[in-house]
Design a protein around this ligand. Sequence first.
Ligand code: UDP
Ligand code: MG
Length: 315
Amino acid sequence: MKLLSFVIPAYNEAQNLPVLHERITAIDWPALGFEIEIIIVDDHSTDGTPALLTGIRERDPRVKWLRFSRNFGSHVALAAGIEHARGDVISLLAADLQDPPEIVPALLERWQAGGLIIWAARDKVEGVSFSNRIFSRLYYRMMRWFALPQMPKEGADFLIFDRCVANALNQARERNTSILALIQWLGFQQEFVPYTKQSRATGRSKWTLSKKIKLVIDSLVGFSYAPIRLMSGLGVSIAMLGLLYAAILFVLRFVYLKPVEGWTSLICVVLVTSGIQLLMLGVLGEYLWRNFDETRGRPRYIVESRVGITELPPS
Ligand code: UDP
Ligand code: MG
């Protein structure tokens, strides 16, 4: 028997967790050659999730959980769950039933055939608003261009991976990152099995606009130096444009003997260049802030309580 760990981040998912538990346990794992553990990382829910989990655990001791001292975000929750998982193979899963656990046996077949990282790649996404779909498309397109060319086009956040991948991930102790981009970055042989991402069972998406913006900048800054390149590129281009403009003015003044109009052109140039300079300072700031945040060396997350999970040795 191999051990399969489910790692499930949950933020106010009390309505979905019992159904998810039922759907996971309805699958005949021993027949497939697996024992399971279900690790739920409660990202400081305020909807009675701990009491609910206590109830589920009374019936099924394979369910264990960590509770964070505050909301740290789903990527940190995933990283914490992976650190505490003991499985030979690990499955990341959302608590809202968008990713059907019934797909996992098909992914496990690929693992048994020697695959190390097997993504369930979206071929269709159901029940997502137009603006969210555009946002998600743009995000994955940008990541493919600037950072990780092998990123699936429609995106992916549901996968299983081998113990050796978990060990590699546990060595990366980054704070402001996308754990999914990090898995892509690790390398190994990555396989893709298509599935349809379903609509959320109940409740609303826990990703606010500001969390999304943070993730976009984290992903870009963490995996690409394109923004820094862009700064240098823009600097050079604007300087060239300035020189060209100066040359034109010079010819107008001394060859065609025309008076040069000053204020309007000057103010345009000042506004454009100072705007770009501020933007570029902002880009530098994003890198600098992350650097500072890493060097402070605070823990990535703080566990308020744990049930069924032993404390990790300090690292
Ligand atoms: N989640 C979390 N902390 C957060 C936001 C989300 O643990 O701050 C969990 C959430 O409960 C869910 C998973 O991360 O299990 C994916 O989040 P969600 O379904 O809200 O995101 P979406 O599917 O809209 O991208
Ligand atoms: Mg979801």
